[in-house]
Design a protein around this ligand. Structure first.
Ligand code: DX5
Ligand code: ZN
Length: 219
């Protein structure tokens, strides 16, 4: 990836016009963030395998699938075959993180680990050089449009330092409440793949919104 990128989350898109909204992004980003919710790990339901499979036919973006589900091991293969390029599971949802990483990679995808804001960040330290992506949640998972939680930048920075100390090239991502006011702080703390739902798809022109968010980082 470039120095940094935005991963627009379709959770805030108009699902009645999903490909229109995704196509509107053309040329502004390489990534698309896909939030999968099961009503168990989080208090919400969203999209799953058929939707990812359908949009895969019409999009060349890198599919960054974020599984907010219990028993993620049951569904790795299905989400990979549906067209995911990266699959991220929550550390809270497994006691077999290494086995999950191995199975995601065996499917030819990059393996990510996400962490809930209530989980101590130290839990991730042993994993920073053992996966391809770390996703720091900066809101409680389950809903778009929430505010960026205090303390998120400190958590990002702790993981940034751990990644750099090991000389790893793990992608550091942040998810939740990223907008024109918060993106620069998250970037400065060390995040390089910035997920944004509401700040992109709730805007009239999602492509323009991505450009403006990027400009906040590079200004
Ligand atoms: C929340 C999801 C996010 C969500 C972010 O649980 O994981 O990806 O779409 O939405 P915003 O950017 O609106 O906070
Ligand atoms: Zn997400």
């Amino acid at each position: 990836m470039n120095n940094f990128d935005i991963a627009p989350s379709i959770l805030s898109a108009d699902f009645g016009y999903l490909m229109r909204d995704i196509d509107n992004l053309k040329g502004t980003t390489e990534y698309l963030h896909l939030d999968v919710m099961d009503g168990h790990y989080v208090d919400n339901l969203s999209i799953g395998i058929p939707v990812i499979k359908s949009i895969r036919k019409h999009s060349d973006l890198i599919f960054d699938t974020h599984l907010m589900i219990t028993n993620p091991e049951k569904y790795i293969s299905a989400f990979a075959k549906a067209g995911s390029d990266m699959i991220t599971f929550h550390i809270e949802c497994t006691e077999e993180a290494q086995a999950l990483i191995d199975s995601i990679r065996a499917e030819g995808c990059k393996a990510g680990i996400a962490i809930h804001p209530d989980t101590p960040i130290e839990v991730l330290l042993p994993w920073v050089d053992k996966c391809d992506l770390i996703l720091i949640m900066s809101v409680r998972p389950g809903f778009g449009g929430q505010g960026y939680m205090d303390g998120s930048n400190e958590r990002i920075n702790a993981i940034r330092q751990a990644i750099d100390a090991k000389g790893a090239d793990t992608i550091l991502s942040v998810d939740g409440g990223i907008n024109m006011n918060t993106i620069k702080g998250a970037y400065d703390a060390g995040a390089r793949l910035l997920v944004a739902g509401n700040a992109v798809f709730a805007k009239e022109d999602p492509a323009q919104a991505v450009k403006e968010l990027k400009a906040c980082v590079t200004a």
